[in-house]
Design a binder for this molecule. Sequence first.
Ligand code: ZN
Length: 416
Amino acid sequence: MHRFTDPHALLDQTTTLSRFLSYVQVETQSDAHSQARPSTPGQLVLLEQLRQEMLALGLVDVELTAGAFLLGTLPGNTDGPAFGLIAHVDTAPGCSGDGVSPQLHADYQGGDIELKDGVVILASENPELALCLGETLITADGTTLLGADDKAGVAIAMGVVEYLIAHPELPRPSLRIAFTPDEEIGRGAHGFPYERFGATAAITLDGGFSGELNVETFNADAAWVRVTGVPTHPGTAKGKLVNAITWLARLIERLPADERPETTEGYQGFFHVTEVEGDATEATAQLILRDFDAEALAARGALLRALAGELITQEPRLRVTVSVEPSYRNMRPALERQPALVEQLLEATRLAEVEPRVLPIRGGTDGAMLTAGGLPCPNVFAGGVNFHGPTEWICTRSLGESMAVVLHLVQLRAGA
Ligand SMILES: [Zn+2]
């Protein structure tokens, strides 16, 4: 086992950092309102740039598929199944990613970081900053997001490949690379070419600050409650009007107040009313239901139905229907059937002298969808902090630390 405990050396020996700075300057915001694949043309610009870079590095089977997945292979030097490295090229729709101007803050000495337009990265709100004294930080200029989510992941995968090509003595399985579009709008894994990818396991490089590893996500359902009342003229409504809005509001009010996004954290699940529309005749609420535990998630759907039943008991002239549809599922049960993969990931992190922080993701990832699709795929930190906004930042050391984790993992997958 060749050890990597100097993240700066890995950055000095590869072009990871300059690749990262180049990728963030390509505008790749995804757009949920577009039906195209990828949803925005900028993503194709970056995918094409990456295709050229893969070919220049000497990867084989380089292919940009019709589904906008960029695939490539670094052939292995040991037997054994192929292993996958996956990252997404799009950035979040909620904050501009146009004209990103990366700012390097060398030898950070602590304190707040002031950017343009009054945007300030507060040391008090970013405890990770205190772990980066003396390091080089990268931010945007205050007018856009940075795009470390997930161009750091893309740069780390490319840097690892570059390093391995320069060091053929390191044992490695065949490495399959996939760069995906539209992760931020929940379509990243749609149509993933599992067979062509051919790996039996993979990681997404899409996590936060150094040490963060994710092996579990929410289970997620979408739910709709539709209430139909009895309309009448309000002047002669006494004893007749059954107002759908009033009764829907009553049902929402009965949802547990300590099980909302704003009152939960960690492993706690929630009901979140995302949209209400309607009139006195008919009103509909749209909800998302979240829980790490599958049975607890099912209980949330059951509670909605029970509350609907209570309304009808109180007011038999109402009609109330509840429908629940699955959105995505926790990857943990499937990963528990692959204990070696998670163990190797933890060991790879410790070998890099980075303390693993295994955190539940209060959301979904491409890895959750890929795991559900049969490709076990935990998520590994790529270093960024404050995703999806103008205060996003990354410490360059984190890029090197993530590379070190992957280089250990690759050797462990090769049986080293
Ligand atoms: Zn991401």
